[in-house]
Design a protein around this ligand. Structure first.
Ligand SMILES: NC(=O)c1ccc[n+]([C@@H]2O[C@H](COP(=O)([O-])OP(=O)(O)OC[C@H]3O[C@@H](n4cnc5c(N)ncnc54)[C@H](OP(=O)(O)O)[C@@H]3O)[C@@H](O)[C@H]2O)c1
Length: 146
């Protein structure tokens, strides 16, 4: 008889047991929700953000909830740190990455007329997620051409 594998959330319709996911910016805001949702369905998660202290605290919390989450500090605006991130992910997941959620980014919530040039600059820098995705993909394909 076939067995049904379910996530630790207990929902039999969905299971991500045995899958791996990289979720950027997973330790605050929407990213926390994505990490906990996918981890709840049994996926193994790798996440990143920019502060080691906050990362360690979050990893400890997730461990106590039974989620399989690891991570490292990475400023995604730095190409060399993105390369290092992909190496760490490859090492953690033995070269097998199923899901990428490139969530990291910044929004500035203000009246349009109150936006400064610096606000626009910080937003346009942070929302180049597509560029990060292309970099992740090409870096991964170079390491794992098959
Ligand atoms: N909240 C909204 O209403 C809304 C609306 C539209 C789109 N979005 C998008 O949804 C995503 C998440 O939004 P949110 O509201 O959850 O944002 P948030 O609370 O500010 O969290 C953003 C996360 O991304 C990380 N991050 C930002 N820049 C980073 C960088 N250069 N390198 C590594 N990590 C970085 C942050 O960590 P550190 O800053 O500590 O590094 C944090 O973990 C963003 O891409 C945002 O543009 C949000």
């Amino acid at each position: 008889m076939a067995t049904t594998t379910i996530g630790i959330g207990g929902d039999k319709r969905w299971s991500l047991v045995g899958t791996t996911a990289l979720i950027t910016g997973g330790t605050r805001g929407i990213g926390v929700g994505i990490v906990e949702e996918l981890a709840g369905f049994g996926a193994s998660i790798y996440t990143c953000w920019r502060s080691q202290k906050d990362l360690d605290q979050r990893l400890q919390e997730w461990k106590s909830k039974g989620y399989v989450v690891s991570g490292s500090v990475c400023d995604l605006q730095s190409p060399s740190q993105r390369d290092q991130l992909m190496k760490s992910v490859a090492s953690e997941f033995c070269g097998n990455l199923n899901i990428l959620v490139n969530n990291a980014g910044t929004i500035v919530v203000k009246e349009t007329t109150e936006f400064t040039a610096q606000d626009f600059s910080s937003i346009t820098k942070s929302i180049r997620n597509w560029e990060h995705c292309v970099h992740f993909f090409s870096s991964w394909c170079c390491s794992f051409p098959d």
